[in-house]
Design a binder for this molecule. Structure first.
Ligand code: DX5
Ligand code: ZN
Length: 221
């Protein structure tokens, strides 16, 4: 049985002065999802964009909208992100004191619930909550910026997480976020990744549509 790896271009690397053009380009590509990074300047040392821009983006997206919240107190905005068109809402483990409650609140709004782990956060910490998580996003860079280089320890984390998911009989997807290129994509999929986020590698390429197609082909194993 062949594995269909999902490709999720990160809009953070798009040309913000030509957002609609870049969104249509992803609509017309083989990409599966839109990955959208929301940064608050508190949880991470950068501010990306907020609700009005997200609203403008989702007016044009024709694929699954995967929203990655790099913000403190995500609970207070769950309904807002649903209303803005999020299909998957990912919060950071490090930003949630009551993670189980947050996951239930996301699902109660009809969205898939994701949990992102910073590079220093062990996948073992998800042991007691893995069956409640639709997707784990393993950060393969420190969150806050696009265009950083991939942290090699990620492969070990993916394998460990895959083992945990299998052992617990969970159906959680594994997403990788940060520094994904054609150099590490296949190895990530072989380790257990289901979804690859790619920002700079797609949007800064000479031919983004072809780059997505190549990533898709490379990771269909
Ligand atoms: C990093 C963001 C990533 C980023 C990925 O904080 O969460 O989604 O946009 O960009 P690249 O692929 O350029 O590392
Ligand atoms: Zn992200």
């Amino acid at each position: 049985m062949s594995k269909n790896t999902l490709i999720a271009p990160s809009v953070l690397a798009a040309d913000f002065a030509n957002l609609q053009r870049d969104i249509e380009m992803i609509n017309n590509s083989q990409a599966d999802w839109f990955h959208i990074d929301i940064m608050d300047g508190v949880f991470v040392p950068n501010i990306s964009f907020g609700m009005p821009v997200l609203e403008a983006i989702t007016r044009h997206t024709k694929k699954t909208v995967d929203v990655h919240l790099m913000i403190v107190n995500p609970d207070q905005y769950i309904k807002t992100f649903k209303d803005l068109g999020a299909d998957i809402l990912t919060v950071h483990y490090e930003a949630c004191t009551h993670l189980h409650r947050t996951l239930q609140a996301i699902k109660a709004q009809g969205m898939k619930a994701g949990v992102a782990l910073n590079p220093h956060t062990s996948v073992d910490l998800l042991e007691d909550v893995i069956n409640d998580i639709d997707m784990v996003c393993i950060m393969s860079v420190n969150p806050g910026f696009g265009g950083q280089s991939f942290i090699e320890n990620t492969y070990v984390k993916v394998k460990k997480l895959k083992d945990l998911i299998t052992r617990k009989g969970a159906s959680t997807l594994i997403e990788i976020d940060g520094g994904v290129t054609n150099k590490n994509a296949l190895q990530l999929v072989e380790a257990g990744a289901d979804v690859l986020v790619a920002g700079s590698f797609v949007f800064k390429a000479e031919n983004p549509i072809q780059t997505v197609a190549d990533l898709k082909q490379l990771t269909t194993v």
